[in-house]
Design a binder for this molecule. Structure first.
Ligand code: FE2
Length: 317
């Protein structure tokens, strides 16, 4: 893939930069232009779009005027968005990753969960992220989502060291167990790669869905999660480099917990040993989601144990 953000667009020559800077202080732009664009919306516009688009147009135009955005810079941004779209498919969502590093998915997630919350006891949500696959296998409680672990695997020793038993309950806001809830879980291999990013891993490795029993319980074997840098071979990684930013996400396990009659919870749990907890490149960490794995005794399948209860919110009537 060619260069997605041309350097020239972002780095004008010093003389040009000085002239541009001096001139931009004195420029006046058409004061009626933005309202003219907003007024073009017709009477039969989609109601929600008619509500939100004036604000979007005002913010976009104000941004362009505030920074004196040039055609070359705007064109570089368009190229970057196009490149993200071309790179996205059913296994990779680069456009979503772009939103993630700008904090937009975390912000929208917070807005949505606060708008829909019906109690103060609900487990906080966290972003879906770009690596979810909707068709993970439904597995019996107590089984393992770790596939194909043999001594030949590059991260074999690390996987043994971080083997973990995960269990807990899915509860209503008042603490009653929810039977038949589905706990959909996924995380990376110890090399920091999700299975769809890594041809050496079996299909659907480190992914599974589990149904809670009559007491609302789920259980499975997995691994303590590994931190990973977001992919740097696309526009999102390139933007991080241009911004001189930390690319890592702290180790986390993704969950989607759902049950009929309750609001589906999308969240992540973060391992408190991780060095990137404070500098998550997608700004998704919340204190209530940081967990402490405990040593597990007498289980040859796991060296660590984590118990975590998920509380689902009720549906708004
Ligand atoms: Fe992730």
């Amino acid at each position: 893939m060619g260069q997605m953000i041309p350097d020239l667009a972002l780095r004008p020559a010093t003389r040009q930069k000085r002239a541009y800077s001096q001139k931009s202080k004195t420029l006046q732009y058409d004061p009626y232009f933005t309202e003219k664009v907003i007024a073009a919306t017709g009477p039969n516009a989609h109601p929600r779009l008619a509500q939100v688009m004036p604000s979007l147009v005002r913010h976009l135009h104000d941004f362009a005027r505030e920074v004196n955005l040039t055609v070359a810079e705007w064109s570089a941004a368009v190229d970057m968005i196009n490149a993200a779209g071309r790179m996205s498919d059913e296994k990779r969502n680069e456009t979503q990753l772009m939103c993630d590093i700008l904090g937009l998915e975390s912000l929208v997630d917070e807005i949505t969960s606060k708008m829909l919350a019906t109690s103060t006891t609900e487990t906080p949500s966290a972003i879906l992220g770009p690596f979810y696959r909707s068709d993970a296998p439904l597995m019996p409680n107590g089984s393992s989502i770790v596939q194909g672990l043999t001594p030949e695997v590059e991260w074999y020793e690390k996987a043994l060291e971080d083997s973990a038993h995960l269990s807990g309950r899915v509860l209503t806001p008042s603490g009653a167990p929810i039977k038949g809830a589905i706990v959909d879980v996924w995380h990376t291999a110890p090399n920091g790669l999700y299975e769809q990013q890594d041809e050496s891993q079996p299909e659907m490795n480190f992914r599974g869905r589990f149904e809670t029993d009559a007491e609302g319980r789920y259980s499975l074997y997995a691994l303590r999660p590994a931190s990973y840098p977001i992919p740097d071979d696309g526009p999102a990684g390139q933007l991080l480099k241009l911004l001189d930013r930390e690319p890592h996400r702290p180790g986390h396990i993704h969950f989607i917990v759902s049950a009929p009659g309750f609001r589906t919870l999308t969240t992540q749990l973060y391992d408190d040993r991780d060095q990137y907890i404070e500098t998550d490149s997608v700004f998704a960490v919340k204190d209530e989601l940081v967990v402490n794995f405990k040593p597990r005794e007498g289980d040859p399948e796991a060296k660590w144990s984590l118990q975590y209860d998920f509380v689902l919110g009720s549906m708004l009537c």
